[in-house]
Unconditional design. Sequence first.
Length: 243
Amino acid sequence: MAGHSKWKNIQRRKNAQDAKKGKVFMRHAKDIYIAAKQGGGDPDTNPALRTAIEKAKADNMPNDNIDRNIKKATGTLDGASYEEITYEGYGPGGVAVIVNVLTDNKNRTAAEVRHAFKKNNGNLGENGSVSFMFDRKGYIVILNEEGQVDEDELTLEALEAGAEDIIAEEGAFEIYTEPESFQEVVEHLQSSGYEIEDSEVTLFPQTYSQPSEKDAENMNKLIEQLEESEDVQDIHHNLEESN
């Protein structure tokens, strides 16, 4: 995974995301809803909900919004019922794309996703058409902007907790785990005094695609259009990101 820093990509898009704070809150709300729906409304016994709440608070989402979505999910407050759907396909130049959505209107969302692919020279495929090209991994970021984190100590702590790999990037460490070990590694690092900037279980491509400049431009347009949908939670792809 070295050379394909997810953290650099997160930083690259942060300003654009900050300009869409309302949509960021909407996506946090859906993450909280689905975590509480699947694992209950108590973050002390539901690690996924605890992580969703921590991410929402990091983006300054009000506590009232967080509580309301937990109540919706647990049936103590009337609200929409959301459904998780995954779309797979190819973007311009054969870039593999996986789109995860959370929606209360799957017909609307399907039309939006299909339109985005078609408009930007992509094609939707069947389930499983590209997912075999990705690996599911736990991912943790610890900032090191001022060089205050000792790499050897962090590496030892992470590996002892069950991490697979740790990579030093400019200003941060990226830690990778198996999905089953993810929460244990997060909790161990937190209890050891490390402040976690970002953490999730997500998909990483096994190989990266390097399309033509024009196809790469259209691929970025496809990503931007998909991100405009409030239903889209995550977009995974194997486009070789330019630095």
